[in-house]
Write a protein that binds this ligand. Structure first.
Ligand code: GDP
Ligand code: IMO
Ligand code: MG
Length: 423
């Protein structure tokens, strides 16, 4: 029975999902995004060029791969139009042929973005650090059963439906001070709506299950990371969707029994962008060096990413929730600059308890990471071959495998497609 393999981030996003989906895509007939929206920024590098995708699945540069935006996604037509035009200008890719959009995906309308901004401003110092792409307000309307979906754009009364929802938003926005030019926003929204009508708007759950029944291979591409999951992340400092494996079931219409491999992707260290707890964060010069060496600046917002050592309690948690079957370790090359590498194996809580589980009060609890140290590899490993892996890097990997109890089957040593070691 054909299965859906899932690839998702085990940390706070930006693990390198885009690169690996692109690397794995030739093995798959279909790549499908199942949640999130333009808050994602997935970077791919090949032939000396870099591409950042926000809404289009990362299989788009592989000629034979179908790319589906699933029902669990929130879609901003303006961002999608810009992205499609950008890809089409650089490559001879027929997006009308190999991009499919679920009619059940929720639409981000301009007022969702304004609300995101208004809510964040109102939170003051407690702000989430949202990408302000309208993600939270759009999922709110989905759950509140008043959202608009991609399929609605084909209805004669779409403009009416749009007006009804934006009027609801205007009533809320009245209580906030936010500057905007509505006629510009509305015009670009409807231009984008007309634009996306030329693409394949489909019943994606049928399409995906038909593909499975025909024996096709499918890769589900996660966005964000498990520690940003709405249920299991560091609430309220999370995104508004289920970023975990279960999200692939609801976000694509795939039964749990049809999930195959679960690829859990993580950086050899940790990063986080936006607010919220980060037990191993380095607020010193070491963190600064990590950020510089790893070029840790947001792919969507350009914000500096917070950096720190690897955190095994949180990785164990993500592995448990997702049922990870294979681990993929990214950015091994970045740690080359450190003679000694630290690994957080446990947390010490305020009352002295030592544990390798995540406390409920993660957000308010004072946590001291307990580290073990290993000798670094201190040499350039960018793009090296498997047989040239330094002993210390192999020891680091072996230690992590032993702790995490899942094999590390891939090691990435640079941003390019080719800088990838399959173990
Ligand atoms: P995603 O959101 O999970 O797809 O990750 P991002 O694209 O937001 O961030 C990952 C960043 O690391 C991008 O700039 C990638 O080009 C880069 N990258 C991916 N793998 C590696 C690696 O092994 N080494 C280095 N140095 N950079 C990498
Ligand atoms: P990819 O797919 C890293 C973070 C934001 C903020 C919180 C909520 O590239 O890994 P939202 O815009 O969803 O309201 O933001 O989640 N965040 C991400 N961090 N990578 C992402 O996506 C992210 N998408 C959202 O910084 O802290
Ligand atoms: Mg990213």
């Amino acid at each position: 029975m054909a299965k859906v393999d899932v690839l998702l981030g085990l940390q706070w996003g930006d693990e390198g999902k885009g690169k690996i989906v692109d690397v794995l895509a030739p093995k798959y007939d279909v790549v499908a995004r199942f949640q999130g929206g333009p808050n994602a920024g997935h970077t791919l590098e090949f032939d000396g060029k870099k591409h950042v995708l926000h809404q289009i699945p990362s299989g788009i540069f592989r000629e034979k791969t179908k790319n589906i935006i699933g029902n669990g996604v929130v879609l901003d037509p303006i961002v999608l139009k810009r992205e499609i035009e950008g890809v089409a200008a650089k490559f001879n890719i027929n997006l009308r042929e190999n991009l499919y959009i679920s009619k059940k995906a929720q639409l981000i309308i301009p007022t969702h973005r304004l609300l995101d901004q208004a809510y964040e401003t109102a939170k003051g110092i407690n702000k989430i650090g949202s990408t302000l792409k309208g993600i939270g307000p759009t999922y709110q309307d989905k759950i509140g059963r008043q959202g608009l979906r991609v399929g609605d754009i084909l209805a004669d009364n779409f403009k009416e439906k749009f007006k009804k929802l934006s009027d609801i938003h205007f009533a809320i926005l009245k209580e906030h001070t936010i500057d905007y030019n509505w006629s510009e926003l509305e015009t670009s929204f409807f231009e984008a709506i007309d634009f996306i009508k030329q693409f394949k708007l489909i019943d994606s759950e049928y399409a995906i299950n038909n593909e499975l029944n025909a024996g096709s291979s499918i890769l589900a591409e996660g966005a964000q990371g498990s520690l940003l999951d709405i249920d299991f992340g560091s609430y309220p400092f999370v995104t508004s969707s289920n970023t975990v494996t279960a999200g692939a079931c609801t976000g694509l219409g795939v039964a749990p029994s049809r999930i195959g491999e679960v690829y859990g992707i993580f950086k050899a260290y940790s990063t986080r962008v936006g607010s919220g707890p980060f037990p191993t964060e380095l607020l010193d010069e070491e963190g600064e060096r990590m950020r510089k060496e790893g070029n840790e600046f947001g792919s969507t917002t350009g914000r500096p990413r917070r950096c720190g050592w690897i955190d095994l309690p949180s990785l164990k948690y993500s592995i448990m929730i997702n049922g990870v079957t294979q681990l993929l370790m990214m950015k091994a090359d970045v740690l080359s600059i450190f003679p000694t590498i630290k690994i957080c194996t446990h947390y010490k809580l305020k009352d002295g308890t030592i544990s390798d589980t995540i406390p409920y009060e993660l957000v308010n609890e004072e946590i001291t990471p307990i580290y073990t140290e290993m000798k670094g590899w201190s040499c350039n490993v960018k793009g090296i071959l498997k047989e040239d892996m330094p002993k210390e890097l192999n020891e680091y990997i072996n230690f992590l495998e032993k702790e995490l109890k899942v094999p590390i089957t891939l090691v990435s040593t640079g941003p390019d497609r080719t800088q990838t070691i399959h173990r």
